[in-house]
Design a protein. Structure first.
Length: 163
């Protein structure tokens, strides 16, 4: 059985880890227009952290925090069975891992394509929303290929563009 002190340590460590990764991936120029020219024959791509991505991120973070609080309540409940506590712990651990992977993929898309994005992982499905004026199948396929290269097993990846 997991001791309470060890559980709290792991939970707090996971939360600190997720927040650290998020902080490191944030840029000071988050809300400024960024313009790059990849090659002379390619078009200029303008990216901006738009309000749609921010609202998706805030909504998801609120749901995640609520779920994590519920799981913590189950873990700390003296009347909950060992099985319930272990399931809550495993779910909490999976949520933390998924959040870290989502931020890693957002950083990858930012570095490779200079595009702001929102990534949501649910099971073997990865939904990506990209803030871009350019809506091309080629760009979507390139993003899908880059994300799939991060996984050994096949994932169901969708890319959606929003201005």
């Amino acid at each position: 059985m997991i001791k309470k002190q060890n559980l709290w340590f792991i939970t707090l460590f996971s939360l600190i880890l997720v927040l650290s990764v998020y902080y490191l991936t944030m840029k000071d120029t988050k809300f400024e227009d960024l313009t790059i020219l990849k090659e002379t024959e390619k078009p200029t791509i303008n990216t901006v952290e738009n309000s749609y991505l921010v609202s998706l991120r805030v909504t998801d973070d609120e749901k995640l925090l609520k779920t994590m609080e519920d799981l913590q309540t189950t873990i700390n409940n003296s009347e909950a069975s060992v099985l319930e506590k272990n399931e809550a712990y495993e779910t909490l651990k999976e949520l933390n891992l998924n959040k870290g992977k989502e931020m890693e993929l957002e950083k990858l898309i930012k570095e490779k394509f200079n595009l702001n994005s929102y990534v949501k992982i649910v099971g073997d499905k990865i939904n990506i929303t990209v803030a871009s004026d350019e809506h091309s199948k080629e760009l979507a396929n390139n993003i899908i290929n880059e994300v799939q290269n991060k996984y050994e097993v096949q994932k169901y990846i969708t890319v959606k563009f929003k201005k």
